[in-house]
Design a protein around this ligand. Sequence first.
Ligand code: 5GP
Length: 189
Amino acid sequence: MELLKKRILDEGKALSENVLKVDSFLNHGVDAKLMYEIGTEFKNYFEKHNVTKIFTIESSGIAPTVMTAMQMELPMVTLKKQSSKILNGEVYQTTVHSFTKSLDYQLTLSKKYISEDDNILIIDDFLANGEAALGAIRLVEEAGAKVAGIGIVIEKSFQPGRKLLEDKGYDIYSLARIKKLGKDLIEFI
Ligand code: 5GP
């Protein structure tokens, strides 16, 4: 998506060879118009998949996902990051390792918001090692539902996430794919 790539080049900052900061339009400040365009891209790609609901992971996945859900006229659910396990049987939970914070959290979904008939599109802001996406997939599949596909705003293609998801047969659509990061360097595939 050229518009997104231009914003990444103009405003993104590589904090290291592994971490990209895009606080001005996605992770802190949010450009709603750009999020709307992102929603259009995801809608155009995933409308063939008979999606029933869209899941994202709090908090930076919410803005692009709201815009996608609005345009696809589908319900959206935000998976929560809890610090500890809940043992009341009303939720699905799985442990995920956070790439940016280097700690584990419990990705949590209330059983109220999923059924076996669901075909879920998962959207997130970044794809790095695939931990967050794989956690979301585990929750969907534990509920007996299907994963329709995975939409990623910024994929760091030099990290293992994409291959892990592809090898499991999921349809991944990333709007910007970064080949290399470094000091003053952002290179796309
Ligand atoms: P993964 O679970 O694929 O290893 O990492 C994806 C998650 O970590 C995303 O939900 C995102 O919040 C965060 N993340 C991973 N890499 C980056 C990055 O380079 N920049 C920012 N801002 N977040 C990242």
